[in-house]
Design a protein around this ligand. Structure first.
Ligand code: AMP
Ligand code: MG
Length: 319
């Protein structure tokens, strides 16, 4: 049977729209800006002693994520592997020895079709993924604030022409960014609060203490607040919503097992990670900032596909 991406008229129209997209001046400027974002975030992390490790594309162990995505599985060498959805577990392993690491990490997450309308989701994107050993959430929030401020500041100083092109005026954001707990945000703005919080914010704002039901099993719980995690999301102002997610990672075997069961996942699914935890791992903390979303915010464009040369919009097979 001929699949959609083999139909001649589909291929013709997709190639035409790709060429049109790439010839759009706004897209060209946003691609240039994305190049600077990539360069500056990595410069910043190197200046703080972080070591770059290369991305991992395929592995028997990957992020379960807390929302449904289509799951491409590759059967080879007598076993199953997945295309990595994030490098969370690899970060946690590598950081034990390398102490402070980052990855410019391409992620494939085959998001469900309804996410095509958000303006914030692609099914292929990159995050700058950061992890450090023996650091607290607060220390990593401080690092992320410096990273955001540094990157924006450098673009303003070295490439004001790109911001001018988009008529974008960005303030000098000051540390520390405001913080709000998940419970308080829900109380103040209602259940679906992210957009409202973002619209009201004048500066990036931290959403902290996220309940386990909203997150994956691997982030660390407060020892004295069961069900509440020592993690943090960064929310952009002006309605741009989530910039980053991160947290302290669970490292004790008994808690990892307990959490896998609480999330109705199987030990079989995470046997590679469980085996590692049996060897003993130490506390690490990290975060990931979506590069396309950061560029979208810096340029002030509405839709994420406009910052990407070959945007992969959920639900659609694209070049
Ligand atoms: P997560 O840990 O799942 O929150 O992913 C880390 C960051 O990557 C998010 O905060 C976003 O900035 C970015 N991100 C996650 N999913 C997508 C997506 N489907 N499209 C674009 N960026 C994404
Ligand atoms: Mg997130």
């Amino acid at each position: 049977m001929e699949t959609v991406n083999q139909k001649e008229e589909y291929v013709v129209s997709e190639i035409e729209s790709s060429i049109k997209h790439l010839s759009d001046e706004r897209v060209k400027h946003a691609i240039v800006a994305q190049g600077y974002v990539r360069e500056y975030v990595m410069d910043f992390l190197r200046s703080r002693g972080y070591i770059e490790i290369p991305p991992i594309i395929i592995s028997p162990l990957t992020d379960p994520l807390n929302h449904p995505v289509y799951d491409p599985r590759i059967h080879a060498y007598g076993g199953d592997m997945w295309i990595t959805k994030s490098m969370i577990f690899h970060k946690q392993i590598a950081v034990q020895e390398l102490k402070k690491i980052f990855i410019m990490s391409p992620n494939i997450r085959l998001e469900q079709e309804e996410r095509s309308a958000t303006g914030r989701h692609l099914y292929e994107f990159s995050q700058i993924d950061v992890e450090a050993l023996d650091k607290s959430r607060e220390e990593m929030m401080d690092l992320a604030e410096d990273l955001i401020i540094y990157t924006i500041d450098r673009i303003k100083k070295e490439h004001p022409e790109e911001l001018k092109y988009f008529h974008r005026e960005l303030p000098d954001y000051k540390k520390p960014f405001d913080k709000i707990t998940y419970a308080d945000a829900e109380k103040k703005y209602g259940r679906d609060f992210e957009k409202k919080l973002s619209l009201e914010a004048k500066s990036p704002v931290w959403l902290i203490d996220i309940p386990l039901r909203e997150r994956e099993f691997y982030d660390r719980e407060y020892p004295d607040k069961p069900g509440i995690l020592r993690d943090m999301d960064l929310i952009y102002p002006e309605g741009y919503q989530e910039a980053s997610s991160g947290g302290e990672r669970e490292f004790e075997l008994s808690k990892i097992l307990e959490r896998i069961h609480k999330k109705d996942q199987t030990e079989e699914q995470f046997k590679w990670f469980i085996e590692l935890a049996k060897h003993g791992i130490k506390l690490s903390t990290g975060f990931g900032i979506g590069i396309e979303r950061f560029t979208r915010f810096i340029c002030g464009v509405e839709r994420i596909e406009d910052v990407s040369p070959f945007p992969k919009i959920p639900g659609k097979i694209s070049l």
